[in-house]
Design a protein around this ligand. Structure first.
Ligand code: PRP
Ligand code: URA
Length: 209
């Protein structure tokens, strides 16, 4: 079973409280999502492999650590996942970015895939799938199915708010995938929205409603 970890750093909790509030507008919502994603990247990248490198300081020759060059890809689930990409790139600027387009049918809540555009060598990359919301888990499960069909084996899922239902469904479907969230919320409501949640993340990021 993959692990589920809430990254409960005080800065993250404080910023999440800001964007949960309904009167926060698009500009602030977008900026704070970006900041939270950057802070989460610090923890999500904690187990990246290091290797020894010999360098010259102004004083001496020394053996130090550097990232071992394991290739990374950030894969946002469109649309709302896009809001988390730049924050992670600030810490890991060499990562490649793939896109998976998916929307939830509002009646059935079933996800529908409409675009997959990934780095050619996706199968050999460590992948961070990002989406602010893990609700029923349908979108995350289908996105990860899609990545695995293309050979991906090393995947973490990073979200802001996770519902217990989505965590359980994703762990059951993809037990090899670790899940990171800024909060585990209470439940889903009858429309499939996370409670207390933050509303429709795509609409709030892009100002479409
Ligand atoms: C939202 C969100 C997730 C999905 C989560 O996207 O960004 O992708 O719902 O719900 P699930 O866990 O029940 O699948 P939405 O379908 O609203 O599309 P959008 O990002 O284009 O607004
Ligand atoms: N998608 C969202 O954007 N918000 C929710 O609460 C659930 C799914």
């Amino acid at each position: 079973m993959g692990k589920f970890q809430v990254i409960d750093h005080p800065l993250i909790q404080h910023k999440l409280t800001i964007i949960r509030q309904k009167d926060v507008g698009t500009k602030d919502f977008r900026e704070v999502v970006d900041e939270i994603a950057m802070l989460m990247a610090y923890e999500v990248s904690r187990d990246l492999p290091l290797e020894d490198v010999v360098i010259e300081t102004p004083i001496t020759t020394t053996t130090q650590k550097q990232l071992s060059g394991k290739k990374l890809a950030i894969v946002p689930i469109l649309r709302a996942g896009i809001g988390m990409v730049d924050g992670i790139l600030k810490l890991i600027p060499a990562a490649k970015v793939g896109h998976i387009g998916m929307y939830r049918d509002e009646e059935t809540l079933e996800p529908v895939e409409y675009l997959v555009k990934l780095p050619e060598d996706i199968a050999s990359r460590q992948i961070f799938v990002v989406d602010p919301m893990l609700a029923t888990g349908g979108s995350a499960i289908l996105a990860i199915d899609s990545l695995k069909k293309r050979g991906a084996t090393n995947i973490k899922f990073v979200c802001l708010v996770a519902a217990p239902e989505g965590i359980g469904a994703l762990q059951a479907a993809h037990p090899d995938v670790d899940i990171y969230a800024a909060s585990k919320d209470e439940k889903l409501n009858e429309h499939g929205y996370i409670v207390p949640g933050l509303g429709d993340a795509g609409d709030r990021l892009f100002g479409t409603k």
